[in-house]
Write a protein that binds this ligand. Structure first.
Ligand SMILES: C[S@@+](CC[C@H](N)C(=O)[O-])C[C@H]1O[C@@H](n2cnc3c(N)ncnc32)[C@H](O)[C@@H]1O
Length: 237
């Protein structure tokens, strides 16, 4: 296989590429105190669906960061006609191109798993203001798997590892977040609501290999539905 799962998300331009999609994003944000003065980082923003929603809904300062150029081009294409004053930055969560203490809120939706967790989490804490909040939606391993199966999933998704809830909690605590709240969210997507339809921004001339990756992802989602879950982490600096 020449392409990664993330390349596949970028080529299809999948927006809301995290459990719960935009519906869960809205729910999470509605629990926070956000106004025009709030400074928010959408870390690993992908095609920018969440960033656009935040900027439109809250009229606050949004910064969208991703390491993937295709994702960022699609995010810019989304923001332009909406005339949203979003700052777009290419960079890595492992070495954020920001000075310390500048964000009130960081949203990281299905991103940390794809990075070196031991670098990304302290970086998020560094760029948060005192009392700032990190909201993360992350994949968790609900049940143990054979080493071989785990390796297959890690390689396919291109993640550094698949952590249990306890392992995630340890990483956050070690990075000295004052309080970490972990929630197992009962996802109930309203499929009749068009706002929850998957959002695509397709590239031209998509290689067949990308369709194979998508199929394999659907297959793994079915086979490992009780093994791969997710948690909401709310970490307070
Ligand atoms: C599963 S997608 C989620 C995208 C977006 N948050 C969403 O929910 O639609 C993971 C994203 O993380 C980005 N990413 C992976 N590693 C990264 C890193 N080290 N720094 C910044 N972004 C990264 C990928 O390019 C991709 O856009």
């Amino acid at each position: 296989m020449n392409y990664s799962y993330t390349d596949c998300l970028a080529i299809f331009g999948v927006g809301g590429a995290h459990p719960g999609g935009l519906q869960l994003t809205k729910e999470l944000l509605s629990r926070e105190k956000i106004n025009e003065t709030t400074s928010i980082l959408d870390a690993g923003c992908g095609t920018g669906q969440t960033s656009a929603y935040i900027a439109e809904q809250y009229r606050c300062k949004v910064t969208s960061l991703d390491s993937n150029k295709i994702m960022l081009d699609k995010a810019r294409k989304r923001f332009l006609p909406l005339r949203l004053p979003i700052e777009v930055k290419q960079g890595s969560t492992e070495n954020l191109p920001f000075s310390e203490g500048i964000f009130d809120l960081i949203l990281s939706e299905s991103v940390i798993s794809f990075t070196d967790v031991s670098l990304t989490i302290p970086e998020f804490r560094r760029v948060l203001k005192p009392n700032g909040v990190l909201l993360a939606i992350e994949m968790v391993l609900e049940k143990s798997l054979s080493e071989e199966e785990l390796k297959t999933l890690v390689n396919f998704y291109g993640v550094s590892q698949i952590l249990t809830e306890k392992e995630w909690s340890n990483f956050f605590q070690r990075s000295k977040f004052k309080h970490v709240n972990i929630e197992k969210y009962n996802l109930q997507i309203d499929e009749n609501n068009v706002q929850n339809a998957t959002d695509f921004s397709l590239s031209e001339n998509i290689d067949d290999e990308f369709f194979e990756i998508l199929e394999k992802h659907m297959h793994f989602t079915k086979v490992y539905k009780d093994v791969l879950g997710f948690r909401l982490f709310r970490c307070y600096k």
